[in-house]
Design a protein around this ligand. Structure first.
Ligand SMILES: Nc1nc2c(ncn2[C@@H]2O[C@H](COP(=O)(O)OP(=O)(O)O)[C@@H](O)[C@H]2O)c(=O)[nH]1
Ligand SMILES: [Mg+2]
Length: 332
């Protein structure tokens, strides 16, 4: 029912399903199974960077360009520091309104209440829902802060890393992981002083680092371009949209897209498998047994590595407390 409504273009069905996904509701997985054959069409674009660099503004501007080009757009924001629809400034809200009134755009902020791994998994599923819903371009905004964000960005075909002037020195400290995932660099707020300095810092870093990342196992003939934009004036955004198109064309040439898809799916399978195995193991053991083992580890009767290995293999593979000598006893 819900899936049927969604496939027929019912926006409320989309919102409902994403909520079920967020809540980890078991019905969501049944629906996702039904939806899966309808996915795989969208161009998924990750947009990541430090808070305040202008990611949300940039996504709004890009969405407008894509709409003018006749594409439908999905937007998922995983930015707890600035919810996409709740722009603090009046100007931001007005800019957003053009988009929210457009039926060709679906915007959704993901709640950060999920656990870290869970949030990445829920975001991947939400993207899938919008893909099945028929959105051509799906933007996923994340704060480039930690592993979870890198994980989310990994689910994209094309990842934009957004910088802003004045962060020049911090770029050095920017997590290497985030730089490695960049397909396109954007220096936003190019109306501010220091934009060129930031571009140069990025370029120097790109030249210094591994020449070109080879995330999809190819010899990497894609060189991440660096673009300047003024998101709030929608300047430089058309060329950025062109670069996204160029990157998609690059992925579609040769085996890149298929390779990246396999990598994405392998990653996701690993995450989900880990979650299933952990849940199964914890269920099998029960909380009392876990508490006992924690006690043994705390008492130095058992080390954490051995405990994890034994537990993963068998629920009963752990010596009962007292049956193994404590290090103190062993020393005597
Ligand atoms: N001067 C200037 N301000 C911008 C630009 N883009 C965004 N901003 C402002 O920067 C602030 C943060 O933007 P936002 O899109 O919410 O950044 P996010 O936290 O990365 O999503 C807002 O007040 C925007 O109006 C720009 O190109 N130039
Ligand atoms: Mg934002």
């Amino acid at each position: 029912m819900l899936v049927q409504r969604l496939l027929q273009g019912d926006r409320r069905a989309v919102a409902r399903l994403i909520s079920l996904v967020e809540d980890g509701d078991s019905r969501a997985y049944r629906y996702l199974t039904e939806l899966y054959p309808h996915t795989g069409r969208a161009h998924i674009i990750g947009v990541t960077g430090a808070p305040g660099t202008g990611k949300s503004s940039l996504v709004s501007a890009l969405a407008k360009v894509e709409r003018r080009r006749g594409r439908t757009v999905g937007i998922i924001s995983v930015d707890p520091t600035s919810p996409f629809t709740g722009g603090a400034l009046l100007g931001d809200r007005i800019r957003m309104q053009d988009l929210t009134a457009d039926r060709g755009v679906f915007i959704r902020s993901m709640a950060s209440r999920g656990r870290v791994g869970g949030l990445a998994a829920a975001t991947t599923d939400a993207v899938r829902v919008l893909d099945a819903f028929g959105k051509d371009k799906i933007f996923v905004e994340t704060v480039g802060a930690g592993q979870a964000e890198v994980d989310i960005a990994k689910t994209a075909h094309t990842t934009i890393v957004v910088e802003a002037p004045g962060l020049g020195d911090e770029i050095q400290a920017f997590k290497a992981g985030v730089l490695e995932i960049a397909d396109v660099f954007v220096v936003n707020k190019a109306d501010r002083d220091g934009a060129d300095k930031t571009v140069n810092a990025l370029r120097a870093m790109l030249d210094l680092g591994t020449p070109i990342r080879a995330r999809d196992g190819q010899a990497g003939d894609w060189r991440p371009p660096i673009l300047k934009t003024i998101a709030i004036e929608e300047k430089g955004v058309e060329p950025l949209a062109d670069e996204l198109e160029r990157h998609l064309a690059y992925l579609k040439s040769g085996d890149h897209l298929a390779a990246r898809e396999r990598e994405r799916v392998a990653d996701e399978l690993e995450t989900l498998l880990a979650r299933e195995l952990l849940a199964d193991c914890l269920h099998r053991l029960g909380s009392d047994r876990i508490a006992q083992i924690v006690e043994q580890i705390a008492n130095r009767a058992l080390d954490p590595h051995s405990a994890a290995q034994l537990l993963a293999r068998s629920a009963d593979g752990i010596p009962v407390e007292g049956s193994a000598p404590t290090p103190a006893e062993a020393r005597h």
